[in-house]
Design a protein around this ligand. Sequence first.
Ligand code: FES
Ligand code: FES
Length: 186
Amino acid sequence: MSVSTAVERKTSDANSAEIALTVNGRASHLDLDLRTSLLDALREHLHLTGTKKGCDHGQCGACTVLINGRRINSCLTLAVMHEGDDILTIEGLGSPSALHPLQAAFVDHDGFQCGYCTPGQICSAVGMLAEVKAGWPSHVTADVASPQVALTDGEIRERMSGNICRCAAYPNIVAAIREVAEGGRR
Ligand code: FES
Ligand code: FES
């Protein structure tokens, strides 16, 4: 073994560890480089490719997943930071035979074209509706003191503004989210 190879191996070992992640209710133990993003851990190591990589630096929202019920860009966080967390991806939200209400609403309203942004849009919408239910105001909320947020189209657009759709399916995405928010699907 050359000196340089030995040094590389030592460095690599020092940067790796076994990480325990719970994704969609299933516990996994992964031997990961500590610098692995949660997005890469999901896609490359757990083969959960429903979560998409668009920009890989927090600009597009395609990688959105839910951590303990809150939405997060998985490209911006390290897998090692989420041991013990409850990680939910699009694969855990519903199944083809039992769609989550938001998945069904996106289908009904044609809330996608190419579909690349869609898993992130749906995970983000799940987190967003929970934020509304908890009374969190947004940048466009008229009365931030009110415990009940009126979910106008403007509110939905603002709250979903971190999720880019290059196919511009925005009107249909808003319609799908509105239907679920108004109780059309539960
Ligand atoms: S891939 Fe994470 S925000 Fe774009
Ligand atoms: S459906 Fe194509 S990027 Fe949104």
